[in-house]
Design a protein. Sequence first.
Length: 753
Amino acid sequence: MSARTHLGRPRKIIDGLEKLVGRAPYVADQWLPGLLHARPVLSPYPHARIRGIDRTAALAVPGVHSVLLGADLNVKPMHSRPSLLLAEDLVVFAGQPVALILADTEAQAADAAALLDVDYEVLDAVEDAEAALAGGTLVWPQGVPKADGGMAGLHGGEAGAQVAREPSNVDEDRTFGRGDVDAALAGAAFTAGGSFRVAGVHQGYLEPHAVAAQPGARPGEVTVYTSTQGQYVVRSEVAGALGLRERDVHVVPLTVGGGFGAKYGIMDALVAAAALHARQPVRLVLTRSEDMLTTMPAPAIDVTLRLGADADGTLTAVDADVRIENGAFRFGHGGIIATMLGGLYRCENVRIRTRELLLNRAPVGAYRAPGVPQALFALESAVDDLTRQLGADPLEWRLRHAVQAGDPMGTGRPWPDIGLRDCLEAARAHPLWQGRRDLPAHEGVGLAVGGWPGAFSPAGAVCRVDTDGTVRLHVGSVDISGVHSSMVLIAAETLGVDPDQVEIVQGTTDSGPYAPNSGGSQVTISLSGAVLDASTQVRDQLLDLAARHFEAHRDDLELTGGQALVRGIPDRAIPIGKLAAQAQRAPGGPGPVVAEGRAALKAGAPGFIAHLVHVRVDPDTGAVTLRRSVAAQDVGFALNPLLVEGQIQGGSAQALGLGLLEGLDYAGGTLANPNFLEYAFPTSTDMPPLEALLVQRPSEHGPFGARIVGEPPITAGAAALANAVREAAGVRVTELPFTPEAVWRLRQAQSGD
């Protein structure tokens, strides 16, 4: 392609103004005639039998229309958190909905919820991994409810087979491997490793889960207005949970106030069922505490890891045992974790055991690169310790062992062309790495690498030109990260128009061409091919029309500045809107300028990253001050560098929060910090300068050479932070998040005080 005019150049987000001025349509703003407000009543116990529910006091509250129980709404057996409506006889996690109040106002619904009398018989609960493995109490004595598919598949993960077995709290026990790990470790000249733990974390989106539903004209017909990352997933979940035809479930996605993997229809089926039962519109906007108690956070993960190397420093063995605390339902992090744990470095002997554990806790879900930041915290900490034993430069050692195209992932499949080495070389050349040995006392720079294999899906798009020259793109994707702003640039580049002349029309499940869910970093690489295909067809139509208009050969024409013109003759030009008008008016003519594009990638475009973090550790208190963060990420080709850099900076910030601040605190199986006062996460004042280095090694599969962007930035930051603390304070942290007290105690133990 010739020199690009719009692609590859930074440009503002297309919906930025409406968000800044408060005009973006969120679910909480959705008003429908006859709207009822919903308030859930959540179980305070992780495991209990419901002996009875007295609705009398709740129903007496003015404005209350109904108090709905499981017997009123439940249609089909539950098998996942999105399919779970209301508990009937048993609750299996603290935060499980047991009733839903419908009232004229939110305040009335909340008052009634506080008065609902639920009689619980508290039962023994599986509160942590040790209890799950002990097996004395089972979350599901009759066997775990089986889903039709794993949520992990939405993010590019490998869901494990659901093998029939005796009931157990170990939902899946899988081992991925190659070679002879035991022999390699026995013969290793150097070994490093240990046990590492990362607490469960909340995705931290600002807009809590919100959904409104309106019953339709036909029995069983419902329209769902929702904040979601995947409208087609919501349609499927609602139809499946309520026993409806998918054609009768109409999903309208509204503006998403943050998702990060969490918003895939958790409350949608419940609200749809309530609307159909009441025969009135119903809206539910969770409070912050409700959201943190009843939705799907990222799991706590334990990794016991051992690395082996021979006398010349060659990595000979990777042995890992991973325990994933999934909560009350299955998810499927194991395949994703194994892919990366055994797929960053060349090694002939790899064994990765993953155990997915069931607990009486809220079911877990996805959070930006599900499971990978936790696993790579362990791996990259151990690599750092190994290189110290070897006396090797940690970056050069990684360069020597970094995987390339054809090397196996942890699951055994080969990597396509990737840019891990390019990222390391960019980090090596950066002044922060070059000057790391010249820092003051108690300061240090840590290095870690990460990545994400990425998902990809078929997609469609429609492009049309209106008679005023406006180019409209019809898509079915949900924009949670500015992806539509990049699609506009593709159409503008292809058709020779200014990006402001291109409008995005986000369709519903009824009107939008199919597009993948906004998860797994798959939307841009999946959808851009379809937009390019549709735009290219429209370009051809416009050139054909212009050739007839000018009685010229197509090869002598070009599209630029919103016009078709004859090359070298500026006064022979016609606006594309006039061409569209001519085509629409001509009897027997070509008709409207419109085309449907389709794309289906044959393979993904993985993204890798090298992360540098600079810290200072106070020797007296253990307090860690973040000085600087540098992330060198291979993005293939940055369609819109401004948005790509923003993704990298945002993921870097989340990674540092994972390391220093964030963690769900369970006490007796119940979440003890279900709000943003007690659940700490980084604010702008906590963050250091966040630098994004765009490494652009074009992918052979991604459109224009683009690679995935969203997931990699979070994968290595926490590990780089831990390695920086090791460099600055001389101690190895093995649990995230780590506090100043934890660092101080490690230093005291090291000094013998």
